[in-house]
Design a protein around this ligand. Structure first.
Ligand code: PPS
Length: 312
């Protein structure tokens, strides 16, 4: 197992062991008005993050939890590694010690000093809102891939994940979870705020958006577009291999190695429309109304194709 994956798995295992011993109400803490899991995030790490110096070559993946971060994250990591192997000048720059915890805001405050030692390109995942990211990302024009998924499948995925992993608050019922989701009382805050805030950046030259659903419909095309956006040079055959390796079945089969215990919970269904098994008629109406009021007229909201993926 690659060393950095081991560190990631160890962090998750340790966090789960600590969370098992904690009171339910202590599992989340609030920072600048947003909830985060106590066992993997801290105010000290958020403070240290502010002075992180981004590079133009950094590869950043941003999206609300349960939007497919691990999927697209693997695609990005494979693209970056393969492109570097293709380029003799860059082969020596391949990071032996990749960022041990790929989530930007997760880990100890010293991780940003360790990241300074990593050569480019560094692949970074985040669930943070744009204004909670270090300013240097925008100032230095690091490229950002913004990933979105329809709200009903995100809520469904988040509900199962919250009840499967001790790091997060669990819920007695789906109805209880639904209320928390709709009112934004979630780790990493409100889905609706997240889409609204990232929507303001859709036209930035350093930003590309992709939806979970379009990637699911045509993974090969999505992989190609992502590679082009980041200027990563791969042959058609290599692009195809990256797409194949990122299939849900392939990633689930490898989950124990890449994610340890959490892998069994994370790679759940990997599909579109599972919300139909949970949402009742009132909840459908409430979500439809909130989407219409908050997101339908935003640029990112339009990309979600709510009428296609969220209507009964
Ligand atoms: S996290 O914990 O917030 O970072 O979770 P995240 O990775 O963003 O989202 C988890 C959901 O993505 C699904 N997934 C995939 N779907 C399709 N293909 C691949 N390869 C893939 N890998 C992960 C995962 O199954 C979660 O969705 P649900 O609906 O729960 O299955």
């Amino acid at each position: 197992m690659a060393n950095h994956r081991k560190k990631f798995i160890d962090l998750l295992d340790k966090a789960m062991a600590v969370a098992d011993m904690m009171d339910h109400e202590d599992l989340l803490f609030s920072y600048k008005g947003i909830l985060y899991p106590t066992t993997v995030c801290s105010p000290e790490t958020f403070k240290a993050l502010e002075s992180f110096e981004a590079r133009r070559e950094d590869v950043i993946l941003a999206g609300y939890p349960k939007s497919g971060t691990n999927w697209v994250g693997q695609i990005l990591t494979n693209l970056v590694t393969t492109a570097a192997e293709n380029n003799e000048d860059e082969t020596n720059n391949l990071n032996d010690e990749e960022l041990e915890v790929p989530y930007f805001e997760v880990g100890d405050p010293e991780k940003y000093q360790r990241m300074e030692k990593l050569s480019s390109r560094r692949v970074i995942f985040t669930h943070l809102l744009p204004h909670n990211l270090p300013e240097s990302i925008f100032k230095n024009k690091a490229k950002i891939l913004v990933l979105v998924r329809n709200p009903k499948d995100v809520a469904t995925s988040f509900y199962h994940f919250s009840n499967g992993i001790s790091i997060l608050s669990s819920y007695e019922t789906w109805d209880e979870f639904f209320t928390a989701f709709m009112t934004g009382k979630m780790p990493w805050g409100s889905y609706f705020d997240n889409i609204c805030e990232w929507s303001k950046h859709v036209d930035d030259e350093n930003v590309m958006t992709i939806t979970y659903e379009e990637l699911k419909e045509n993974t090969a095309l999505g992989v190609k577009k992502i590679a082009e956006f980041f200027g990563l040079l791969l042959t058609e055959e290599q692009l195809q291999t990256v797409a194949e390796r990122s299939s849900f079945q392939a990633m689930k089969a490898n989950a124990q190695k890449t994610h340890g215990e959490v892998g069994n919970i994370l790679f759940r269904k990997g599909d579109v429309n599972d919300w139909k098994n949970l949402f009742n008629e009132n909840q459908n109406q409430e979500m439809d109304k909130t989407f219409e009021e908050r997101l339908a007229r935003t640029k990112l909201g339009a990309k979600i194709k709510y009428e296609v993926y969220c209507k009964t």
